[in-house]
Design a protein around this ligand. Structure first.
Ligand SMILES: [Fe+2]
Ligand SMILES: [Fe+2]
Length: 192
């Protein structure tokens, strides 16, 4: 699904069951980071094409909206939005970004696309798993927009390289992403 080469292990859902509040807090951080990533990309590449700035600003607005929705969920459960050590996932993916343009632009877009794809996969798992129906529906409602963000980022990468380059690099990066996911993370996190 969505260029992903490894499915989430059932062990991850055990982590969710053990510490749902930690997952919810991390989810809020992830939505905030997703908005920040799109904003950074808008600053770096927004003037390349009007379509690039349009797509990225749409993503910023949607991710900030998701962030606010997760803050509502936290508030409704009396969970405080606190600082929390992130999983190694984002850092490890960002370390794969090549230096020098246009490779850097391609990789930043494709890494963002893979993070969106993984979020999408996990939201579907949470939708089908969490006993709280309201929360399950909330995850279901986010699924579609993260799937769309995934394909938008792949398309945006296309402004910086040939279709063949993008396809090849997405293959490489998704193999790396799958490896990181297979290793898992001790911390209960959205992308752990
Ligand atoms: Fe989001
Ligand atoms: Fe997203």
């Amino acid at each position: 699904m969505l260029s992903l080469k490894a499915a989430t292990s059932p062990l991850w859902l055990q982590q969710v069951d053990r510490d749902l509040p930690a997952i919810l807090i991390d989810h809020a951080h992830c939505e905030k980071k997703a908005a920040g990533t799109a904003m950074n990309l808008l600053f770096a590449y927004g003037t390349i094409e009007p379509k690039v700035s349009r797509e990225l600003s749409d993503i910023i607005v949607e991710e900030l909206d998701h962030f606010r929705l997760v803050l509502d969920v936290l508030e409704g459960r009396a969970i405080r939005f606190t600082a929390q050590k992130p999983s190694a996932y984002g850092r490890r993916l960002n370390e794969l970004v090549r230096k020098g343009e246009p490779h850097r632009a391609i990789d930043r877009m494709l890494v963002a696309s893979l993070i969106e794809a993984r979020s999408c996969e996990r939201f579907a798992l949470l939708r089908d798993h969490v006993p709280d129906r309201e929360l399950a529906e909330f995850y279901g409602s986010l699924f579609e927009s993260e799937a769309r963000h995934h394909s938008t980022y792949v398309q945006l990468a296309g402004y910086f390289g040939s279709e063949e380059d993008i396809r090849h690099r997405l293959e490489e990066l998704s193999a790396e992403e799958a490896e990181i996911i297979r290793e898992g993370d001790d911390l209960p996190r959205m992308h752990g």
